[in-house]
Ligand binder design. Structure first.
Ligand code: G1P
Ligand code: ZN
Length: 543
């Protein structure tokens, strides 16, 4: 085997966002040395020589080729050890588990999360640090700076490594460990949740439909739900990861997980439905003819911590992203937990967890998690729900309604305008920013604005400042609306409008959310002039 030094030229578009570097798959395929430049830049920044890493991906198109390149580069750069999932598979939460349990220096995740895969889809790379969390901006910025003046990279000239067999061997100075990507993760879940209670639930005839959307959680869900918890075979559907996710969009929401939604709203609907995204860190939970809003979901998990093995009596604090509804804050208030509001993106939660300030956290975007790892965790949330249902012996719908009765309800919805012309989106946000000072005490479409500002955040642990994390407008009658542009889209711009209205009147808890929020939607569109500036009449996704 020979170590080669290959000359390369830099690209200027490799700035990693909050979720790493994410591009059209074709960019990785067509731009020469594109992946190699980025990987060498990571390796240089973390000084990979004699370091230990985890590498895995969600199985999307280019996963295996990328892993081969990364392994050969790790060998050439003399990494001490690389832990790889069998066949190159590992969910994002499982990478975080492996980093933490093996105490490695970090890990590389190959995924574009909930974005479609395949040759016409997206591909991505993310670096997680030794705590198992997405790298902080100081690191991702340094990686980006490297990509701007990289002139060569190192790679071992050797045949591809067989990833299909679990084994450990050395190449040059690097130990390669090919591991079962599910086992450690599943064992950890068994420590956190009451598997006996859940086993009894399934024994009693409880029916579940878990749609892995042809993405990475299939093998995890089959092992945990069917093998360990005794759910009947067939509980997990679309359970084999496919390079193009079967042509679908592996995002568990009401639009893209339509097959699941149809099952859950059919005559013979099972008791619970769930899905995860491409890389396994998101979750959607449904009951029989019932959708659980993710903002409610994280609040309900926090409210029910005592039914679990791992969290009973241990929840000192919780956190939510700014656009997530304030239901979680209500729980924190009643249960005397500290509550934090952070910008969108998981790394902010990770800092709070590393500092032991919080145990649970969640986002409105179908993300929930705890301090068991430093990524959000789709199956974790699903198992938490099963644990609640098994112990409380209630349906999904009844658990949610019971929660609203206790705390009042935050009617909530998110409107996504995907693939909007970038200039139009920018103009809209710029105009909004400019008129913020004039918006106080103004009435628009029958609602009176109480306050309008931009969300800036100072991390209480690291003191890092994050500015411009969304525009928020509150109204005197208790509504809130937030405008943000997405950091994860790969085409044009995506505008997100988040809408929330709190109602505590016990006679008005079970209305249709879109009806309750209709006036606020219209107000938001008038304030932002979104239809005029983007030409979009309807959102692409409503949650
Ligand atoms: C989206 C979600 C955000 C989440 C991120 C990564 O980011 O809105 O909550 O942390 O994906 O899963 P956005 O596209 O809004 O920047
Ligand atoms: Zn994801």
């Amino acid at each position: 085997m020979q170590i080669q030094t290959i000359q390369t030229t830099p690209y200027t578009d490799q700035k990693p966002g909050t979720s790493g570097l994410r591009k059209k798959t074709k960019v990785f395929l067509e731009k020469e040395h594109y992946l190699q430049n980025f990987i060498q830049s990571i390796f240089d920044v973390i000084d990979v020589k004699e370091k230990r890493l985890v590498v895995g991906g969600d199985g999307r198109y280019f996963n295996e080729e990328a892993i081969q390149i990364i392994l050969k580069m790790a060998i050439a750069n003399e990494a001490l050890e690389v832990i790889v999932g069998q066949n190159g598979f590992m969910s994002t939460p499982a990478v975080s588990v492996e980093i933490r349990q093996n105490k490695t220096d970090g890990g590389i995740i190959l995924s574009a999360s909930h974005n479609p895969g395949g040759i016409d889809g997206d591909f991505g790379i993310k670096y997680d640090g030794a705590n198992g969390a997405p790298a902080p901006e100081s690191i991702t910025n340094a990686i980006y700076q490297k990509t701007l003046n990289i002139d060569s990279y190192k790679i071992a000239e050797m045949p591809n490594i067989d990833l299909s067999e679990i084994k450990t061997f050395s190449v040059h100075n690097t130990l390669i460990k090919i591991i079962n990507p599910v086992a450690n993760y599943a064992n950890l879940m068994e420590q956190l949740f009451d598997f006996n209670a859940i086993r009894n639930l399934f024994k009693s005839g409880f029916k579940m439909h878990y749609d892995a959307l042809h993405a990475i959680t299939g093998p995890y869900a089959k092992e945990i739900l069917e093998n360990r918890l005794g759910a009947p075979a067939g509980t997990v559907v679309n359970g084999t990861p496919l390079p193009d996710f079967g042509g679908g969009h592996p995002d568990p929401n009401l639009t893209y997980a339509k097959e699941l939604v149809d099952v859950m709203y059919s005559d013979n609907a099972p008791d619970m439905g769930a899905a995860s995204d491409g890389d396994g860190d998101r979750n959607m939970v449904l009951g029989n003819h019932f959708f659980v809003n993710p903002s409610d979901s994280i609040a309900i998990l926090a409210d029910n911590a005592d039914v679990t093995l791992g969290y009973a009596g241990k929840v000192n604090g919780v956190a939510r992203s700014m656009p997530t509804s304030k239901a979680l804050d209500k729980v924190a208030e009643v249960k005397k937990m500290d509550a934090y509001e952070v910008p969108t993106g998981w790394k902010f939660f990770a800092n709070l967890m590393d500092d032991n300030r919080i145990v649970f956290c969640g986002e409105e975007s179908f993300g929930a998690g705890s301090n068991h790892i430093r990524e959000k965790d789709g199956l974790w949330a699903v198992l938490f729900w099963l644990n609640i249902l098994a112990v409380r012996k209630m349906s999904v719908e009844d658990v949610v309604k019971d929660f609203w009765n206790k705390y009042g309800r935050y009617y909530y919805s998110r409107y996504d305008y995907e693939g909007v012309d970038a200039d139009g989106a920018k103009q809209m946000m710029d105009e909004l920013n400019e008129k913020l000072p004039t918006l106080k005490d103004v009435s628009v479409n029958g609602l009176t604005i109480e306050n309008a500002d931009v969300f800036d955040y100072v991390d209480p642990v690291t003191q890092e400042i994050s500015t411009n994390q969304g525009i928020r407008i509150t109204f005197t009658s208790g509504e809130r609306v937030i405008f943000r542009t997405s950091g994860t889209g790969t085409q044009g711009a995506t505008i997100r409008i988040y809408l929330e209205k709190y109602i505590s009147d016990k006679n008005a808890l079970f209305e249709d959310a879109q009806d309750v929020l209709a006036q606020l939607v219209e107000t938001a569109l008038q304030i932002s002039r979104l239809p005029e500036l983007t030409g979009r009449k309807e959102p692409s996704v409503i949650t």
